[in-house]
Design a protein around this ligand. Structure first.
Ligand code: 5AD
Ligand code: SF4
Length: 440
């Protein structure tokens, strides 16, 4: 038998890209590729790219430049660009980077094996269509990578919200929910392979409305059905839009014990004036009202969010509104970004841009507040007993690390802690990015 061909994938951006990369590796596994984590050894290199913020395309070109010597050394090496930059700039990449053999957008991954075969026969291939079919149903299944006890599962993709700053509706396309039966089958497969925690993924995951056995299912209905799978212990979902936070989903935080008390609910800004310009279609007050209802349902709920500072037209008073909202809500964790104009989005046309130094200074203030909240939330765990799903050995000998239900990294040194088990841990100390504890 010929030697197996080697595939190196580098993934940028969000968790959906991580999931997509796994599925692409699996699909190419069916064509005889085995994974490698050394680009130097690869017969095929795939960059799975992200377009969400600053200089995404430039990063791709400079990364491609680094592969030039590899291609010179191995003329059979094939190089592909996948993901959201591929979607946004496919033809341009082909023109600017002659060493690229293949460009594939996020909605055509099921065509990848055929494209790779064409590329191996000496062609260059581009596919950035938005086909109707469910790519996941059409992806061939290869040998599945061995994995830990946690996994991502894409249930919904794309976005119809058109926030004025965001490229996602253009790169990932219109909102599509996968049928519930397919998701349940995939979840059962994951659980059979030892997965104990599944994070349901979607750019607008709480807008999920997939085909169920009788009519459409909401995300809450899907979660309830998933919770019925024996061996699946924990369910999470990300990312959500405040306007799709339906009553049944809020209620699930009270009624469904397998749904973890952690929610990523981006608000972007605390100023109604800016929210309107962002086309968010909610106010600061309506967001806070949802948080209040969620906390009523699940008092120990930990919250996470996304923030953009320096959106065009943002004044000091607007920014202060964001700071006030953060103080009011109290986040366990959060992501904050300087606004970056994305070509093709409505906000990129605005001329009332905020000077770079002003945006940087605001970002620093916001991050100081968020970091302080994160530290306090973590510190508050010391002395408490939390359930931890152990995932893998830690850096120290004998150490095992896992995640608490609030998604804190927790490590213990105890031979009874093994990957895939959930155990109660008494937290003894808090470090900047993790907690230490002892099994009880
Ligand atoms: N500039 C800065 N941040 C952005 N995000 C999305 N688009 C932009 C942009 N143009 C942030 C938002 C979103 C997260 C995934 O990335 O906060 O929730
Ligand atoms: Fe990046 Fe958004 Fe595409 Fe994910 S969906 S890869 S965050 S642009």
């Amino acid at each position: 038998m010929a030697q197996a061909k080697k595939l190196f994938i580098k993934t940028y951006g969000c968790q959906m890209n991580v999931y997509d990369s796994e599925r692409m590796a699996e699909a190419l596994g069916a064509s005889g590729y085995v994974g490698t984590d050394r680009a130097e050894d690869a017969d095929m290199i795939l960059l799975n790219t992200c377009h969400i913020r600053e200089k995404a395309a430039e990063k791709v070109y400079s990364e491609l430049g680094r592969f030039k010597p590899l291609k010179a050394a191995n003329p059979d090496l094939k190089i592909g660009v996948a993901g959201c930059v591929a979607q946004a700039e496919g033809e341009e990449i082909m023109r600017r980077a002659p060493l690229v053999d293949l460009v594939v957008g996020p909605q055509t991954y099921h065509r990848l094996p055929a494209m790779v075969a064409a590329v191996r026969a000496g062609e260059r291939a581009v596919d950035t269509d938005f086909p109707e079919e469910d790519k996941f149903a059409h992806l061939p299944k290869g040998p599945r990578a061995s994995r830990g006890p946690t996994a991502f599962l894409t249930v919904q993709e794309g976005c119809d919200k058109f926030c004025s700053f965001c490229v996602v509706p253009y790169t990932r396309g219109a909102e599509v929910s996968r049928p519930a039966a397919r998701i349940l089958a995939e979840a059962r497969e994951l659980v059979d392979r030892g997965v104990r925690e599944i994070t349901l993924l979607g750019q607008n995951v709480n807008a999920y409305h997939g085909e169920g056995p009788a009519g459409e299912w909401s995300l809450a209905q899907l979660i309830d059905a998933l919770a019925g799978i024996a061996g699946l212990e924990r369910i999470r979902f990300t990312t959500s839009h405040p306007n799709d936070m339906r009553e049944d989903l809020i209620a699930a935080f009270a009624s469904q014990p397998k749904l973890m008390p952690y929610l990523h609910l981006p608000v972007q800004s605390g100023s109604d004036r800016i929210l309107k310009r962002m086309n968010r279609k909610h106010t600061a007050e309506s967001y806070v009202a949802i948080i209040d209802r969620l906390r009523e349902a699940r008092p120990d709920l930990a919250l996470s969010g996304d923030f953009i500072v320096g959106f065009p037209g943002e004044t000091e008073a607007d920014f202060e509104d964001t700071m006030a909202l953060v103080r009011r809500v109290g986040y366990g964790q959060a992501y904050s970004f300087k606004y970056s104009a994305r070509p093709g989005t409505p906000a990129a046309e605005r001329e009332d841009t905020v000077p770079e130094d002003v945006a940087s200074e605001r970002l620093a203030r916001l991050q100081a507040l968020l970091t302080e909240q994160q530290r306090a939330a973590q510190e508050a765990m010391v002395g408490r007993t939390v359930a931890v799903l152990f995932e893998k050995p830690g850096r120290m000998p004998g150490q095992m690390v896992g995640k608490s239900d609030h998604l804190h990294a927790v490590h213990v040194t105890d031979p009874r802690a093994t990957p895939g088990t959930i155990a109660d841990v008494r937290i003894t100390a808090s470090a900047p990015n993790s907690l230490a504890g002892e099994l009880v």
